[in-house]
Design a protein around this ligand. Structure first.
Ligand SMILES: Nc1nc2c(ncn2[C@@H]2O[C@H](COP(=O)(O)OP(=O)(O)OP(=O)(O)O)[C@@H](O)[C@H]2O)c(=O)[nH]1
Length: 391
């Protein structure tokens, strides 16, 4: 029996008074014993359901990321409480949730999630901001349970924060009796409040983390986050033995771009180059804005030959792309790149901070060679720290 029918059980308690008129003492005793046994059984079941409910609440509160929370609500919750469908509609006017999920999970993992930009669908669903329990009409099935599922009755829970509708959690059951407008569903209402708080907290927490590690113009990692990532990748290289390439990319003659087309166009180019890097590189690679028109890239698992190939592909793609300024004027740019390599031997023979410095210096030196060799090219420069450490 699902936790939300706990309420029904208490309503049934009133049945104890509807006994047959004038039964014999023996019959009355038998009937009473039967009723006590049923009530005892129901009380035990209610206790289990209550425990399941508290466990669900704890699960929700202990989710540390938005993706974890959504996974629990949309996947585990449905199984744990024997529902035929669970969907979640979230108001996301500035695509913040979309962006957070892009970095941490795939939308395919959450087929029941719908992000909406305008509050109107929520206002239509909850004109009085009240929970709805009852039969799943064709209209409810269409708007709240768009994916194929056997939904006969449903609980539609408004998610409200500070008197503002932020979303809707819809629980669907194949049992037509499970949710009825005749019953009160205090636990389900309570659940809606917990879910609303958990979702809001997860979004705020992750947005803050993201803001503190992101360059606001290009949405690449900022320099601080890059340094942390570099340390993580050095540790991974030490652990796994896989090499890691470190690349610096600098847009050529960027000053004339600003001078000719204005700073707004320069900003747009920086954003577009950042997006091009994200689109071209692997998800496991790291991209950071290292300075004004300079990007730093980490390619875990790449040896010298592969890193040169990846960097040259970036160089060529940039040189062949028709960029546009902020007034849609066409622009062409090129970039110079410098590469160095972190190998396991470096991580064993040097302290980490000396190694990070040495890697950046070596990549910077390679970038300098590219610039002074005519720009629009890729140069490799080995990291020499380990050799020095051995001497
Ligand atoms: N629009 C815009 N320009 C920036 C930003 N940060 C740095 N810049 C510009 O980038 C330009 C860098 O110029 P330089 O260092 O002379 O380098 P360059 O013109 O690219 O020449 P080379 O690197 O030698 O090929 C300067 O004009 C900066 O103002 C930014 O956030 N937005």
């Amino acid at each position: 029996m699902p936790f939300d029918q706990y309420v029904t059980t208490f309503l049934n308690l009133s049945g104890i008074e509807s006994m047959q008129p004038e039964p014999s003492i023996a019959e009355e005793n038998r009937e009473l014993r039967q009723r006590v046994s049923i009530l005892h059984h129901k009380a035990e079941r209610n206790e289990q359901l209550l425990k399941a409910f508290f466990a669900a609440e704890l699960e929700l509160l202990s989710c540390t990321t938005l993706a974890e929370l959504l996974d629990y609500l949309l996947n585990h919750f449905r199984q744990n409480f024997n529902l035929s469908a669970v969907t979640l509609m979230l108001l996301d006017p500035e695509d913040m949730v979309q962006e957070l999920l892009d970095g941490s999970a795939r939308f395919n993992d959450f087929p029941g999630l719908q992000l909406i930009r305008h509050p109107q669908p929520l206002r239509s669903l909850y004109p009085d901001k009240q929970l709805f329990c009852g039969e799943a009409s064709a209209e409810i099935r269409r708007s709240c349970f768009p994916l194929p599922a056997d939904v006969q009755s449903c609980a539609l829970l408004p998610l409200i924060r500070e008197d503002f509708l932020i979303g809707s959690l819809c629980l669907g059951s194949s049992d037509p009796e499970r949710y009825s407008h005749l019953l009160r569903y205090d636990y389900v209402s309570h659940l809606a409040s917990v879910v609303a708080v958990c979702i809001e907290n997860a979004i705020s927490r992750e947005s803050l983390q993201r803001l503190s590690s992101m360059d606001p113009l290009t949405r690449a990692l900022n320099r601080r986050a890059f340094s942390q990532q570099l340390l993580r990748e050095i540790k991974r290289c030490n652990r796994t033995g896989d090499p890691m390439a470190c690349v610096l990319l600098d847009i050529d003659h960027f000053k004339p771009v600003n001078d000719t087309h204005g700073h707004l166009s320069g900003d747009k180019i920086l954003r577009d180059v950042s997006q091009l890097l994200k689109d071209t590189l692997r998800e496991t690679d790291s991209i950071a804005r290292y300075g004004g028109e300079e990007f730093a890239i980490l390619l875990p698992g790449c040896g010298e030959a592969e890193a040169i190939q990846v960097a040259d592909n970036l160089r060529e793609t940039i040189s062949q792309t028709l960029f546009s300024g902020h007034q849609q004027q066409s622009l062409r740019i090129t970039a110079s790149l410098g590469i160095t390599l972190c190998e396991q031997q470096h991580t064993q023979q040097a302290d980490v901070s000396a190694l990070t410095e040495s890697l950046i210096q070596a990549a910077d030196q390679a970038l300098y060679f590219s610039k002074h060799n005519g720009r629009n090219q890729v140069k490799f420069n080995p990291c020499t720290l380990a050799i020095r450490a051995q001497q």
